[in-house]
Write a protein that binds this ligand. Structure first.
Ligand SMILES: [Zn+2]
Length: 547
């Protein structure tokens, strides 16, 4: 019997672009490290074997280049990432310390290629959404939300490429972009990047209190022009589906009404699932997926990205199910035969169930926090209007516009053959299609073979994301990233001009770039100052004429 895909009644059909690069599973953080890139491949295996390729287009994005990465990260940091290997790492001891690479974020073979691959899909997904090539773009390899401008953090090396650059790309076409984060950890990297602008609203639901990264307090709402455009919903251990829904839905409904975003990025970290190795929530797969269902129901251009998730069999189950929801189907509960089938025993069912753990979030607590968050939202008082100027043509435009035949094809006719062919390849790779022209992102395969699955540095003592009580990786709670802050990033900058995500704000913000006028909110957790991104008035290369 073929695996089940049950169309969801009353759903408008969405055009879904799904990004996957099989090379991603060839990388290893090192023995014992909980972050396992193989989870993306496991998810993909479910996606394919359920037959979801019949309902969406599948792409392999071109890996991000060094130049693209430096649109958010410092040149020096990107250069360091591109050069360090397990063999030469001893000559980079000072830099490893400076960039926080080594423990949670170990050096492994192909580190740079891994970053580049994970990043490419989010950028291209955003580009396709912006050009109305699809309604929903999915990149489970993206979504690692902690990395800072010049610092790796919580298993994330180049956040800008995973999410921030995807958002920047959306901002070229949409006045307002909403970022929602349902990872069990606070989405500090993304919040920090857009803390001073009203062009992006960030909303994070996360465990708070004695938990990595130590930021994301209820009081942290953004600063300057961005005040009340960053929302945080701190939660306690053990939250159930019902309780999560009771706060997620009213908050997001009100956000949609007050902010009316042009596009939405949903970070679907699955460490908020019950039984996650590092998480402490009690969501079932269906409880988690309700967030996708609910956000999708607003019919906005939607970029779904991955994030945390450390119990591989559950990560892959949940993201496969959510891919199905994006494509308008419920996947049947029986897991189809696939290359990882034995991981799904003993029941071989798709569902990730909740446990009987206690929910430390009392209805009173949730109600109180919800009311404060809604109160913050009232300050927004309707969507801010933003002057949009002409959008410059960028290389990425050609990447998504160079295949005129694409729109003519019915994906239901074209895709299966294309994918079935590629699935026959010996290495099981989903290769780039042959019909998308030379020079597009999807046709670049120079990174192939870069990441042989060899072990990297041995993973050290649990620190950071894997231990509780740490506050390393300070976000706005510690010190907000004031656009125009006088201090340089901890990474230390070269003379090369540097761009920050805050630069996408309007001209008045840029003109303040040399002033440091905003008042940081009080530090709430006693953490040290975070590196403050420098805004030097240069426009991001990527956004030339936007501001
Ligand atoms: Zn996480």
């Amino acid at each position: 019997m073929p695996p089940e895909m049950i169309p969801i009644d009353g759903e408008e059909k969405k055009r879904v672009c799904y990004f996957f690069d099989s090379d991603v599973s060839g990388f290893h953080y090192g023995p014992g490290h909980p972050m396992k890139p193989t989870r993306i491949r496991m998810c993909h295996s479910l996606v394919m074997n359920y037959g979801l390729y019949k309902r969406m287009e599948i792409f392999r994005a071109k890996p991000a280049t060094k130049r693209e990465m430096t649109q958010f990260h410092s040149d020096e940091y990107v250069e360091f990432l591109s050069r360090i290997t397990p063999v030469n790492m001893n000559s980079f001891v000072k830099e490893q310390h400076k960039y926080n690479v080594g423990d949670d974020c170990p050096v492994f073979d192909g580190l740079f290629d891994y970053c580049a691959i994970s990043a490419g899909g989010s950028m291209e997904g955003a580009a396709r959404l912006s050009r109305d090539k699809c309604d929903i773009a999915v990149n489970w390899a993206g979504g690692l939300h902690h990395a800072k401008k010049s610092e790796a953090s919580g298993f994330c090396y180049v956040n800008g490429m995973y999410i921030v650059l995807g958002i920047l790309e959306l901002l070229r076409y949409h006045q307002r972009v909403l970022y929602i984060d349902v990872d069990v950890h606070h989405g500090d990297g993304v919040e920090e990047a857009f803390y001073t602008t009203d062009r992006v609203m960030t909303v994070s639901f996360h465990k708070y209190g004695e938990f990595f990264p130590g930021t994301g307090e209820l009081r942290d709402v953004g600063i300057g022009k961005g005040k009340y455009y960053a929302l945080n919903f701190p939660l306690r251990d053990g939250i159930t589906n019902e309780n999560y829904k009771s706060v997620f839905e009213p908050v997001i409904r009100q956000v949609m009404e007050s902010y009316d975003p042009g596009a939405v990025v949903l970070q679907c970290g699955t460490d908020s699932l019950s039984g996650d190795k590092l998480g402490c929530f009690n969501l079932s797969m269906r409880g988690h997926a309700n967030c996708v269902k609910f956000v999708k129901s607003f019919n906005k251009p939607l970029l779904l990205v991955g994030g945390g998730g450390y119990t591989m069999r559950n990560v892959s189950r949940c993201w496969a199910y959510e891919t199905g929801l994006a494509a308008g189907v419920e996947l049947g509960k029986e897991i189809p035969m696939n290359e990882y089938y034995e991981y799904f025993g003993p029941d071989y069912e798709l569902d990730v169930k909740s446990s009987n753990m206690d929910d430390m979030n009392s209805p009173e607590y949730l109600d109180r926090v919800k009311n404060i968050v809604l109160e913050h939202l009232r300050h927004v008082g309707g969507p801010p209007s933003v002057q949009m100027t002409d959008v410059p043509r960028m290389p990425v435009d050609e990447m998504v516009e160079d295949d005129p035949d694409e729109d003519m094809d019915d994906p239901n006719n074209r895709r299966p053959q294309r994918l079935l062919d590629s699935r026959r390849q010996a290495d099981g790779e989903l290769s780039d299609s042959d019909d998308e022209g030379e020079g597009g992102r999807r046709n670049q395969a120079s990174h192939k073979g870069a990441g042989s699955p060899t072990s990297g540095r041995r993973f050290g003592a649990p620190v950071g994301i894997m231990s509780t009580g740490t506050t390393h990786g300070v976000g706005p709670s510690g010190a907000p990233p004031v656009a125009g802050a006088a201090s340089a990033p901890a990474g230390g900058q070269t003379s090369a001009p540097e761009q920050t995500a805050m630069d996408i704000d309007d001209g008045s913000l840029l003109s303040q770039a040399t002033k440091n006028t905003a008042t940081p909110p009080a530090s709430t957790n006693g953490t040290a100052s975070a590196p403050l991104p420098k805004a030097d008035g240069e426009r991001p290369k990527h956004l030339g004429g936007l501001v």
